[in-house]
Design a protein around this ligand. Sequence first.
Ligand code: CP
Length: 336
Amino acid sequence: MSTLFRGKHLITFDDWTRQEINTVLDVSMDLKRRYALRERTILLPERTLFMIFFEQSTRTRNSMEAAMTQLGGHAHDLTVDKMQISHGESPRDTAKVLSRMGDGIAIRNCFHGIGNDYISEIARESDIPVISMQDDIYHPLQVIADLMTIQEYFGKDLKDIKIAVTWAYATSHAKPLSVPQSQALLFPRFGMDVVVAHPEEFPLQKNIVEKAKKNAAEGGGKLTIVHDMDEAVRDADIVIPKNWGGFGFFDHYVDDEEHNRIMKENLEKHKDWIYDERRLALSKPDMKLMHALPADRNKEVTDAVLDSEHAIIYDEAENRLHTARALLALTMGGRA
Ligand code: CP
């Protein structure tokens, strides 16, 4: 098992081995135990992380900033308007300059067709580790916290644990594909039986589904795509009811206005995709309800379910902190 993480970029866990991911989970659990005891964990003294947000965030921003404080370092909370990125400064110049001044760069850029390319370019040019805080394709910081939470409730042997990653109706905003895609890629590598459910108009990206199927074959898990929420949640151990935009529906260019109009029309056809008490009764009696948050309450999932004893959403959110601390400590301070 390798302990050499210093300098490693994290854009998707598809680039990391299962052994590396297991180390992250072990370190996260150790740091969580020490957090419960209020032990000091000054693993990154005087280190600086530059966090650049192109979009809003509650969990990612605060877990990463709190993580840096607790590790003895400091995080700059940057938005595009505070930087010369807003005047067109290149990814190369941004990466090179920040590399001379600190120890890590973390970026959230979820613009469809842009975010992953931007973060990947920064990573190619950077001399210090780059961590994606979510792009249009992947959300590694969410999915590692999800996996940690699942292991806390179901143990490390996840073979045949059925998890429904299901599209759900929402109106707050067109949510990126990155959370369900990261879950479809990672969970089958740990033996889980993953059922992704969505209306025909809201597919995941084809190349991601193909890769997720390959991961399932190699990891001993399963990946099934269905178009019926009832079928997905029936006998499920875990249900994740979450909206994503219909970005994968378009295989040809349509301008933004046309794109948004078609997505909205498609969205309004599927108001009945909500995880409610009727659907809860279809799942296993001791099922767990997960959600990356923020949730569109009473659209994606009813209050009655989200506030029930089935929901483990706040454990999932807390684990964002412990997994962030582990990843920062390993990539910015670990062994090289
Ligand atoms: N789940 C998640 O990434 O939340 P934020 O958008 O608040 O960071």
